[in-house]
Design a protein around this ligand. Structure first.
Ligand code: DX5
Ligand code: ZN
Length: 223
């Protein structure tokens, strides 16, 4: 039985007090910090970018999991390494030469992830699943926090898990969007390894307790 990882998404934190959010994250049971970079082109929203990540990096030694929702992410791989990204995820839909991008991310010394929008079928990863370190399944349409979990994602997790096992891949399955204490057990039981949670952590009354709760949900053996 694998212990899953919890990755609070900074997008839901109070942007006027990011330092406090980092301090809370660092003290909590959270494993990774999920950082959503948006360019207003690939997604209809603009969030934060390189200088913000650089400023936050000294505040925690834990993993910075950077989710690029930008066009031409291949142009910024060295920049995100330079500001301290540990995991760098690009979108399948934004990558004409995905294999080259994955290789470049790994050559730069980071773990390489690929994210799929809700409409993109898992089967499209067949020829790259052995090469990636992480697959981020979007369980909402990317661009905004606070949306509802798309139920069909549970089926996609099972399909992806089967592909990972069949291809002997080490890729982790990360679920991003609408994850909360009510659906987390079902997500884990379907085969997820990493839970991203924005609103259900930072908009909750007690973010520290919310992280603890997500971390301590029991994962049954996946059959
Ligand atoms: C959405 C982002 C998510 C977002 C999740 O585009 O990729 O990481 O922060 O937020 P919640 O957990 O509120 O759905
Ligand atoms: Zn994200």
């Amino acid at each position: 039985m694998n212990q899953h990882l919890v990755a609070p998404s900074l997008l839901a934190a109070d942007f006027a007090h990011l330092g406090d959010a980092l301090q809370l994250f660092d003290k909590s049971e959270a494993d990774w910090l999920h950082l959503d970079v948006m360019d207003g082109r690939f997604v209809p929203n603009i969030s934060f970018g390189l200088p913000v990540i650089k400023a936050l990096r000294p505040l925690s030694k834990k993993v910075f999991d950077v989710h690029l929702m930008i066009e031409q992410p291949e142009n910024y791989i060295a920049d995100f390494k330079a500001v301290g990204a540990d995991v760098l995820t690009v979108h399948y839909e934004a990558s004409t030469h995905l294999h080259r991008s994955i290789q470049a991310i790994q050559a730069a010394g980071m773990k390489a992830g690929v994210a799929l929008n809700p409409h993109t079928p898992v089967v499209l990863l067949q020829d790259i699943i052995k090469d990636v370190d992480l697959v981020c399944l979007m369980s909402v349409n990317p661009g905004f926090g606070g949306q509802s979990f798309i139920e069909r994602t549970l089926l996609k997790i099972r399909q992806l898990k089967a592909m990972i096992l069949a291809e002997n891949s080490n890729a982790l399955i990360e679920i991003d969007g609408g994850v909360d204490p009510k659906n987390a057990a079902a997500i884990l039981n379907a085969g997820a390894d990493v839970l991203v949670a924005g609103s259900s952590v930072f908009k909750s009354e007690d973010p520290m307790a919310s992280i603890k709760h997500l971390k301590n949900i029991q994962q049954l053996d996946v059959v």
